[in-house]
Ligand binder design. Structure first.
Ligand SMILES: NC(=O)c1ccc[n+]([C@@H]2O[C@H](COP(=O)([O-])OP(=O)(O)OC[C@H]3O[C@@H](n4cnc5c(N)ncnc54)[C@H](OP(=O)(O)O)[C@@H]3O)[C@@H](O)[C@H]2O)c1
Length: 251
């Protein structure tokens, strides 16, 4: 018996990278999956076709700019009108870029806070009645840098720190029917904007040297932690699991 048969999961920012891997794992456990995307339409469609070939009608896509509260509410309504229920919400979508002190603009703030904090709050609020009905759960994708500042990323770190507190706060607000947890990745997939230059490779290696397991993790490591929180953790709520290869142990 598949653990998530008959359940419906919405994953934001899920067309590619960690989100897509999470979608595949939830689908493997039997869930019907909703792949949210903003710009990556082609990737979202390819992923969806792949999953629908494995199980007909088991995946659909939803487009939304997560900075607009009204589009978040519409997306939840659309999922309910198609599937009649929602059991799992994974707040995965995120923007990530440096903001050096002296150069930070209001647009930087709005961009980083809307994807990393505002959207998870308003999406959770819109989904809450349905998650309550289904005794469902939320998993927020946090970051180890919610607890330990990353140089030249104060705005991003503050937004993720807000998400860490939101996770705990929502667990309190939405219990006992809805469990709310988080996963904090360490070095899993390097930002695509980093490129592949020699200097960047050295920087990445320096970071891995400060990680107890001396290597980067994989999207699968994150998807497994999410899968544990969703499927096998009925008495865990309000907690954030670091999946960081021991990065938080080292300066
Ligand atoms: N990668 C890592 O090593 C790492 C480390 C620490 C934490 N994390 C966290 O883990 C999660 C997944 O990481 P990732 O690297 O796979 O993410 P990512 O590729 O950087 O971003 C995932 C998706 O978020 C969507 N997105 C961004 N801003 C949006 C907005 N305003 N509205 C709607 N969608 C938006 C984009 O969708 P479109 O492409 O469709 O536009 C993007 O593909 C994120 O929450 C990230 O902060 C990752």
């Amino acid at each position: 018996m598949q653990k998530l048969a008959g359940k419906v999961a919405l994953v934001t920012g899920a067309a590619r990278r960690i989100g897509a891997c999470t979608v595949r794992m939830l689908h493997q456990h039997g869930a019907t999956v909703v792949v949210h995307y903003r710009n990556s339409k082609e990737d979202a469609e390819t992923l969806c076709n792949e999953l629908n070939e494995l199980r007909e009608g088991s995946c659909f896509i939803e487009q939304a700019e997560l900075g607009e509260v009204v589009s978040l509410e519409k997306m939840i309504e659309s999922v309910i009108s198609k599937e009649g229920r929602l059991d799992i919400l994974i707040n995965n979508a995120s923007s990530f870029f440096p903001t050096k002190i002296g150069e930070i603009t209001e647009d930087h703030w709005d961009n980083l806070f809307s994807s990393n904090l505002k959207a998870p709050l308003f999406l959770s609020q819109a989904a809450a009645p349905y998650l309550t009905q289904s005794q469902g759960c939320i998993v927020n994708m946090v970051d180890i840098h919610a607890e330990r500042p990353l140089a030249e990323h104060p705005t991003y770190c503050a937004a993720k720190a807000g998400l860490l507190m939101l996770t705990k706060s929502l667990a309190k607000e939405l219990g006992p029917q809805v469990r709310v947890n988080g996963v904090s990745p360490g070095a899993i997939l390097w930002p695509e904007a980093d490129g592949e230059g020699v200097e960047v490779k050295l920087e990445h290696q320096a970071l891995l040297d400060k990680t107890s397991l001396k290597r980067e993790g994989s999207p699968d490591d994150i998807a497994k932690a999410i899968s544990f929180l969703v499927c096998d953790a009925p008495y865990i709520t309000g907690h954030i699991i670091p999946v960081d290869g021991g990065r938080l142990l080292n300066q």
